[in-house]
Design a protein around this ligand. Sequence first.
Ligand code: PFF
Length: 457
Amino acid sequence: MSKKQFGSKIGLIAATVGSAVGLGNVWRFPAETQANGGAAFLLLYVACVFILGVPVMLAEFSLGRGGKSDAVGVFRKLSPRTAWWVVGAVGILASYLITCFYMVVEGWTLEYLWHSVTGGLYESVGHMTTSDVEGADNIFARRMDSYISADWPPLIFTYLVILLNIGVLLGGVQKGIERLSNVLMPVLFVVLVALCCVALSLPGAGEGLRWFLSPDFSKITASTVINALGQTFFSLSLGMGILITYASYYPSHTRLTRTSMIVSLLSLLVALLVGCVIFPAVSNFGLDGHSLRGATLVFQTLPEVFAFMPATRLWSTLFFVLLLVAALTSTVSLSEVTIAFLQDRFGMTRLKACLLALTPLFVFSTLCSLSFGSMSGFTIFGLNLFDFLDKFATNLLLPLVSIGVCVYVGWFAPRGLLRDQLTNGGTVRSRMTVFVLFVIRYLAPLMIAAILVSNFI
Ligand code: PFF
């Protein structure tokens, strides 16, 4: 049984928002928005967050706080002698696989932060003019290649972030995760607002902003809806056991409905602000035709944007601080899923559980990192190891666990679990119970199954 608990309301919200806000908001959201037609996608994403995301989040919260244990332990406690614990076990596996490659991206972020501070990223570039976009493209594409595909430098930075994660996680729930989130979440918002002000004051910002915010409904297709759903699950950290684990640290008086709304709203707000930075900036410098997909956006297009701006190194440094903060508070939550499991299931000390969970990453993340360099020839189903783990965990395991959680809480959990948790044992009102129950019983499993099928088609 877990005796760990968050110490304050602000702390538990900061930690949960820290988990939700990550690469999903900064690196995945702009790419999905660009690929799916702009504002129409944004509206769908907002709808998915409130119609499906919040209820599924509440199902995970109820399980975690009702079962007061890790992602496997809650099922064993609430439904002993059944096989439901497998859902939690797959969640732990998924969070672990995601951690393996997420650490690598976090390592790249630290590497880019280092090169922004020292100026290496902009060496011999100087302050560029937009008349030579093609030349700038080449420079930053080559630079990305040399930073990410080299064998050693990205590995060293990945090891540094693994050590950073171990340091935070060794501090435990209150002195590690909560304290980190309390400090870093305000930093993230301040940096983001500063970047937003600069991007919006660029001369041609209006056009990018208009594209981002004026919807063209003719762009909505079945695949837009599926992508908005996928983005919702990724960005709210659903289907990984993360929210089950964190909610097991919530005190009994925490209002779950309110918490889920605050977390979802803040995660959305970050995505919105990121959009207000990226779309005006790229359109101002004539880069809107560029791919905003993952690594290219963050490690090529944006440095190019910064190189066109005055105070290049300042904005570049601030942006990579933002990304590092977002990624760090997410990897801490991803790793906590395994640590909580090891502690609760095998009675390990925090130290032992942290080391057992995180030291294998020195090997696994190395393999993921090398899959862009000397191991790029090693492929599974035509994908390098990094991409394979990403697709396998996010496209297959994540929806499977989410369906499992919804079906369990909706149909098989002890009677009244959800109602009890949403009303804190009948002491507060929650008008959402009937709606949440409807969504997790019928709508969410069907929609998530649609994502699953479409991922395969
Ligand atoms: N929600 C975080 C993000 O958007 O980056 C962290 C995360 C958790 C990502 C779980 C992916 C995931 F499957």
